[in-house]
Write a protein that binds this ligand. Structure first.
Ligand SMILES: Cc1ncc(C[n+]2csc(CCOP(=O)(O)OP(=O)(O)O)c2C)c(N)n1
Ligand SMILES: [Mg+2]
Length: 566
């Protein structure tokens, strides 16, 4: 099947084979061949990915990440040369930390105008080249990074990059595509294939049986998790296991997703490390850093790590102190454990006492939360963050998706925000400046569901705001941005105080790297026609949140500048 198509078509064909829905991109001169292929795709009415234009590379990577975190479906990211790649790198690093697959590409020239048959553009010779190729820049934060060998390998190398990104451990992969390859004629292979889904692997039955016995023998088994909720199937499988055996669930400071129904009697909030200390059998279900300091393991417990990828090679240090591993699909493992336990005679009626104990803890936890929110409501002066979550509880619909890029408020948000289903909560981490993009990517995948991003005033200023608001408008992605404004980088002040409790800064109230003299954030959406409001009084908060909700429900992003007391 000879055609006149070139390497640009090879890349687009590979994306079609991979089932990529969106190409998230910030433009660069190397991408004309792909744009040509996209134009042909459109004019010939062929199905295939669309092109999501972003005004900033961090945003493009972040949107791909958010979309994949919500939907589970990998996307592609096209950046420019080494320079665009460097701007996108913080997002790639974050995707690596969160084990989110994506295929990232950028280009270079390998002939620099010396080949009389190719005119790549003088910029490649003049300023864009990177010694050793742009892949060197992202090697430490990707699973695999290389240069495409030729136009003849380009289709398969793109497919392979996409497959590798999705197989365990999931991570971004990177392909440097020389412009010369993309401009060369490409003959598609005879057998274009649809890439098969990643097969789910699961532990051997003997290992499942052994762990089931340990759980049966334990007096006080507990679950500690931070990421099981990434997969709705695993979320529900964990609920089924905990229902069967009356196993309480706690989370910790690195909680990345909504992992368990907050209204479930076995849910004990952010008390993962605490309940582990009192347990004789700890199931670490997708838990990458359950206790701190890392060696501070529960003294009397058997520790069982359940994960697709328990030993996270992308972290320089980790110390799970696991006594046993169940490695493979977490949803499949949890279902297999539940089935094995049932077969061994487990029945909720046998654990009624344990259930009652955990339920009583859960009720106390829940009452504590509500009580704190209501007390905060009545405080005079600026708004207490506890009342912010109380008001959110009153206003936001049940299907709201929450994200947070905050520091000092992160614990309160994770503990208090209401959700009972999977795909309701996402933490942004790995370096400030990515919350808006990830929220837009989540919104793109979540359809009509309201999406709310809580973001610190400091964190907000690290984001490409103009670009994110532009993407929100251009791609019709209304989100509610709630700025948790304490007028400072409060975390910096806390750290400084911990390092120098009696230092000059504390004694004389002289701070560096703390105060933020920011603009009126609620007005930043004006050029885009967006809604905005500043709120200072607790009594006005509910009304302002309702206005923000009405705005996103009518299709317009809203920025609420919430002045907090701390
Ligand atoms: C890219 C990046 N630069 C700098 C930091 C260091 N940093 C961590 S927390 C923080 C303060 C964030 O301020 P804000 O969002 O207002 O949260 P607050 O500390 O007030 O809770 C800073 C600057 C970082 N994490 N990432
Ligand atoms: Mg702040």
């Amino acid at each position: 099947m000879a055609t006149n198509h070139d390497g640009g078509e090879a890349i687009l064909e590979a994306f079609r084979s991979l089932g990529v829905e969106h190409i998230m991109s910030s433009p660069g001169s190397e991408w004309s061949p792909v744009w040509e292929a996209l134009a042909r795709q459109k004019t010939s009415n062929r199905p295939g990915p669309d092109f999501i234009e972003c005004w900033h590379e961090t945003l493009a990577v972040n949107m791909a990440m958010g979309y994949t975190q919500y939907s589970g479906k990998m996307q592609a990211v096209l950046l420019h040369a080494g320079v665009g790649l460097m701007q996108g790198e913080i997002g790639i690093h974050t995707a690596r930390n969160f084990e989110v697959p994506m295929v990232v590409m950028s280009g270079e020239s390998i002939t620099y105008g010396e080949d009389p048959g190719v005119e790549p553009g003088a910029q490649w010779y003049g300023s864009l080249g990177i010694v050793g190729g742009p892949q060197r820049i992202v090697e430490p934060v990707t699973k695999w990074a290389t240069q495409a060998g030729s136009v003849h390998t380009l289709y398969e190398q793109t497919v392979r990059a996409g497959e590798m990104a999705q197989h365990i451990p999931q991570a971004p992969t990177y392909l440097n595509v020389p412009l010369e390859h993309m401009l060369s004629e490409w003959t598609p292979p005879a057998n274009l294939r649809n890439v098969p889904p990643v097969p789910k692997l699961q532990p051997l039955d003997a290992d499942i049986q052994a762990v089931a016995d340990m759980i049966l023998e334990a007096k006080n088994p507990v679950v500690v998790t931070d990421s099981v909720g990434r997969e709705p199937d695993a979320f529900r499988a964990l609920v089924a296991l905990c229902d069967l055996m009356a196993i309480p669930v706690g989370e910790g400071r690195v909680t990345a997703y909504g992992n368990f129904p907050k209204d479930h009697p076995m849910y004990l909030g952010m008390q993962g490390a605490k309940i582990a200390k009192e347990s004789d059998c700890v199931l670490l279900v997708k838990s990458r850093a359950p206790w701190y300091p890392p060696s501070d393991r529960p003294a009397n417990a058997t520790v069982i790590a359940i994960s697709e990828n328990p030993l996270k090679g992308h972290f320089p240090y980790q110390n799970l102190q696991a006594d046993h591993y169940l490695e493979g699909s977490v949803a499949a493992t949890l279902k297999a454990l539940t089935a094995a336990l049932k077969a061994k005679g487990a029945d909720p009626s046998k654990y009624a006492e344990r259930h009652a104990r955990a339920k009583s803890e859960h009720d106390k936890w829940n009452a504590r939360l509500r009580d704190a929110e209501q007390k905060a409501k009545d405080k005079d002066g600026a708004i207490d963050p506890l009342w912010l979550v109380g008001a959110i509880r009153e206003v936001m619909p049940k299907d709201t998706v929450y994200l947070e890029e905050t520091i000092m408020h992160s614990g309160i948000l994770k503990e208090h925000l209401p959700w009972n289903e999977p795909q309701c909560f996402y933490t942004v981490g790995g370096g400030l400046g990515q919350g808006t993009g990830i929220a837009l990517g989540v919104k793109m995948a979540a359809g009509k569901r309201p999406v709310v991003l809580f973001i610190g005033d400091g964190a907000f200023l690290y984001n490409p705001i103009t670009q994110a608001l532009g993407a929100s408008r251009q791609h019709n992605l209304p989100i509610l941005i709630v700025i948790c404004n304490n007028l400072k980088y409060s975390a910096m002040q806390r750290n400084h105080t911990e390092y120098y409790p009696k230092g000059a800064a504390v004694q004389h109230d002289v701070w560096h790297g703390v105060h933020i003299d920011g603009p009126e954030y609620s007005e930043l959406g004006k050029p885009f026609g967006f809604h905005g409001a500043r709120v200072e009084k607790a009594t006005e908060l509910v009304g302002v949140l309702k206005a923000g909700l009405a705005s996103i429900q009518s299709g317009t992003t809203s920025i609420l500048n919430v002045m907090l007391s701390r």
